[in-house]
Design a protein around this ligand. Structure first.
Ligand SMILES: Nc1nc2c(ncn2[C@@H]2O[C@H](COP(=O)(O)OP(=O)(O)OP(=O)(O)O)[C@@H](O)[C@H]2O)c(=O)[nH]1
Ligand SMILES: [Mg+2]
Length: 238
């Protein structure tokens, strides 16, 4: 843990202590900005202080400026500090940054602040230090809540199971049936032809068989009559 002096405008150009002391926090995982809400005079304003702080931080190191930041609005025991809290909190809320109101003098808000710092430090989760910033052109719905809503929306894959998505499949089935219907008369006539062919062939075979049978019968009749006449001839000689 490192406590460093407040950064003032022009620190990157060497104003005041400069910004080289920032190297002491390069190994820190989380940055806690202690904003003086009661600072008076010289046009001091908490939001302006916060903006200068981040501008100088970025000028020193983008990596350092990209670390999780916890913003504590201090000196809330002072009336003027309390008056500034509303606009400051709202301005940062619009940027998706949560403000922790505290008073180092009274200890007010200190536990909540420390819990959030601990969560970022030990788990890496930053949800507690962010607010639901309004999404660009999304009306009243905030960015984070819009994200949540999209997370609850069913996945594309699931949407294909809706009745509307099922319609094309039903159409496909109907089309298949229509094709089958169209094809069936042709198929039927072909089958009829095949049956007729089979019948004709059977008839032809039967005809051949009957002709052959008749010929055999004729032959036997002829043979029998020849035998008879031969017997007659031999009987007359005796
Ligand atoms: N009323 C009030 N005064 C406070 C509070 N916290 C700090 N102070 C006073 O603010 C002045 C500055 O306090 P420091 O702790 O030196 O502030 P700092 O941010 O460390 O300042 P630098 O290290 O110079 O950047 C001191 O007089 C403190 O007593 C607070 O919560 N309420
Ligand atoms: Mg100090």
């Amino acid at each position: 843990m490192a406590d460093i002096p407040g950064i003032i405008e022009g620190a990157s150009e060497g104003v005041g202590l400069g910004h080289q002391f920032l190297r002491h926090v390069e190994r820190c995982k989380v940055l806690v900005h202690l904003i003086d809400m009661g600072a008076m005079g010289d046009g001091r304003d908490p939001l302006a202080d916060f903006n200068i702080l981040n501008k100088e931080l970025k000028k020193y190191s983008a990596e350092l400026a990209g670390k999780p930041q916890v913003v504590a609005a201090n000196k809330l025991d002072l009336t003027e500090a309390r008056e500034r809290l509303g606009p400051f909190t709202e301005a940062l809320r619009r940027r998706g940054i949560r403000v922790y109101p505290v008073s180092c003098a009274t200890g007010e808000g200190m536990q909540v602040l420390m819990d959030s710092v601990a969560e970022v430090l030990f788990t890496g989760r930053t949800d507690k230090i962010h607010t639901e910033a309004p999404a660009k052109g999304a009306g009243k719905r905030s960015g984070a809540s819009a994200k949540k809503a999209s997370a609850t929306r069913p996945a594309k894959k699931a949407s294909t199971r809706t009745p509307a998505a099922r319609k094309p499949a039903a159409k496909k089935g109907a089309a298949k049936k229509a094709v089958a219907k169209k094809a069936s008369p042709a198929r039927k006539s072909a089958a009829k032809k095949a049956v007729a062919k089979k019948g004709a062939a059977k008839k032809a075979v039967a005809k051949k068989a009957s002709v052959a049978r008749k010929a055999v019968a004729k032959k036997t009749v002829r043979k029998a009559s020849a035998k008879k006449s031969a017997a007659k001839k031999s009987g007359g000689r005796r």
